[in-house]
Design a protein around this ligand. Structure first.
Ligand SMILES: [Zn+2]
Length: 110
């Protein structure tokens, strides 16, 4: 319970912190400094952090292939300096550490 996943960007161990005023929590990575927004409770901050990491594939484990491109069309790449939506073949290994399928566009409400 309340277990933090490793950073989706750099793989470092993340930490939950309370704000100086003690009125909120966030989870941040000491390695690349990405963080969640401030949440009311520690559990909410941890849930946000862990949800963000879902579905990401480490570039060091597997780079996207042409088959992924045909299947997904586009993928999202992320690294310490940002997140980009890219064509499947265009992930720069030097700056991206993870990738995942681009989410489906939301269906318009009737
Ligand atoms: Zn990190």
């Amino acid at each position: 319970m309340n277990e933090l996943k490793r950073c989706a960007h750099c793989g470092a161990e993340a930490m939950a912190e309370t704000s100086i005023s003690g009125q909120g929590w966030h989870v941040k990575c000491p390695g690349c400094r990405v963080s969640t927004g401030w949440r009311k409770t520690k559990a909410e901050a941890i849930a946000d952090w862990n949800r963000r990491a879902d579905g990401w594939v480490k570039c060091s484990e597997r780079m996207p292939t042409k088959k992924d491109g045909d299947t997904f069309g586009r993928v999202v790449a992320a690294g310490p300096t940002g997140t980009w939506a890219l064509e499947w073949w265009a992930i720069p290994e030097s700056i991206a550490t993870r990738w995942c399928k681009l989410p489906e566009a939301p269906e318009d409400e009737p």
